[in-house]
Design a protein around this ligand. Structure first.
Ligand SMILES: Nc1ncnc2c1ncn2[C@@H]1O[C@H](COP(=O)(O)OP(=O)(O)OP(=O)(O)O)[C@@H](O)[C@H]1O
Ligand SMILES: [Mg+2]
Length: 401
């Protein structure tokens, strides 16, 4: 075992993706496909055809093969637009120009084929390890957790859960929390929180200049519970200006400023959603006790699989879990072949609080729904020491806050 391997801890396989082509690539790809320390996610000769996997694949390393005698700058830039994963360039024969140019670039390594399989695996592990270390050191030391609340069906309770969860994390969990409304056309997170925003995500993405933490702070709306909100555009037609690339950058910046970023979504896998999935640490998949939702959740799981989204990051949340509608939690688990991680009861407190513009977890903290949301919040993040102290006193428990 190498030092890099030892530091990698559990020796989780490194997820790699191949782009481009060069002599000897097929043989190498076959050898790497069977290697226990790697998971070859896929391959595409054209970088443009691989954008969704590059963006959403949680890759540890991209192997880009080239026949060009010089560094393929355009292809590398196209990869960089999609992913921050380390890139190793594969080439055949002695390419002196390419090697020189690579020294000046952000390419992690250049390997001239043929190579011993173990040498390539070592280079991949080393690049992936360095990439992770760099990501962990980035920003201001904070590396916010991205919690995405999704359901492929409208009206499942995404916004109710996202707004209450974010409020609970901010108020009871002591977390610096941002609620990002990614239901870009018809987002109603701000309304449910009773705030009238002056600025939205649209204003942020069309504003000139580089995005950084300070700029982001100028576009969020503060809620008295401690939560910051970045609302959806006010007009549906403005949604398309919130592009995948802009959203990727926004989330990277938000991670530097917040402990948790809760993302409310629409029931679609659009570009900005893919950028979000690429960075999502916990995907809360909302499910209800009804056959159409169940069918669509199953389809979503297949899509997530195609996007190479890691199953370990998906948690099922059964909303309106206590409804007597002729379907049980067991049946849902059987149909999805996955366990329900959290149950949220159907509670009159939810529509009442929605109409008041005050999340139940704040305005009706003793309700069953609020209790379930606090359990969800506790299950997702470890409380800060201050919050842990409060929890001991019952403030972060099921008791009325
Ligand atoms: N656990 C619950 N108990 C009672 N009512 C609920 C519950 N969860 C959600 N609701 C109600 O269901 C309605 C739809 O919820 P919500 O807007 O959160 O769903 P959504 O998935 O965000 O919908 P959309 O896809 O339209 O954005 C709301 O009126 C809300 O009050
Ligand atoms: Mg919604």
């Amino acid at each position: 075992m190498t030092t890099a391997d030892a530091q990698n801890g559990a020796r989780e396989p490194v997820r790699v993706y191949f782009t481009g082509t060069c002599e000897g690539l097929d043989k190498l790809r076959e050898a790497l496909s069977n290697h226990p320390e790697l998971e070859v996610v896929g391959a595409s000769e054209q970088v443009s055809q691989a954008s969704s996997v590059l963006a959403g694949g949680h890759l540890g390393c991209v192997l880009h093969a080239t026949n060009s005698p010089s560094l393929p700058m355009n292809e590398l830039a196209a990869i960089r637009e999609q992913t921050a994963a380390p890139v190793i360039v594969l080439a055949s024969g002695a390419q002196s120009t390419l090697l020189e140019e690579a020294l000046e670039s952000d390419v992690s390594d250049v390997l001239l084929l043929p190579q011993l399989t173990e040498n390539v695996v070592f280079a991949i592990r080393k690049a992936s390890h360095a990439g992770r270390k760099l990501a962990a050191q980035g920003g201001h030391g904070r590396h916010g957790k991205i919690v995405t609340v999704f359901s492929p069906k409208g009206g499942t309770g995404k916004t109710s859960v996202a707004t209450n969860l974010a409020s609970a994390l901010a108020k009871h969990g002591g977390k610096r929390t941002l609620l990002l409304d990614l239901d870009l056309q018809f987002g109603d997170a701000a309304i449910m929180l009773g705030v009238e925003p002056e600025k939205t995500i649209y204003d942020l993405v069309v504003a000139p200049g580089e995005l950084d933490s300070e700029k982001l702070a100028g576009y969020t709306t503060h809620h008295p519970c401690g939560l910051d909100i970045l609302p959806a555009p006010l007009r549906p037609e403005d949604a398309e200006l919130v592009t995948e690339a802009k959203l990727g950058r926004l989330l990277e910046v938000a991670r530097d400023s917040y402990d948790v970023i809760v993302v409310d979504t629409s029931p679609f896998f659009h570009g900005p959603m893919l950028a979000t999935l690429d960075r999502t640490d916990e995907l809360l998949m909302l499910c209800g006790l009804d056959v159409p939702t169940l069918k669509n959740v199953r389809l979503s799981l297949q899509t997530l699989d195609l996007l190479s989204f890691p199953t370990a990051r998906i948690r099922f949340v059964l909303n309106r879990a206590n409804s007597k509608v002729g379907m049980s939690k067991k049946e849902v688990e059987g149909a999805l072949d996955m366990k329900v991680a959290f149950e949220i009861p159907s509670d009159r407190a939810v529509p009442v609080s929605v109409n008041r513009g005050n999340p139940a977890v704040l305005g009706d903290a003793g309700s069953e729904f609020a209790g379930a949301i606090k359990r969800l919040a506790q299950g997702l993040v470890t409380p800060t020491p201050a919050a842990a102290k409060k929890a001991k006193k019952g403030l972060f428990s099921l008791a009325k806050a």
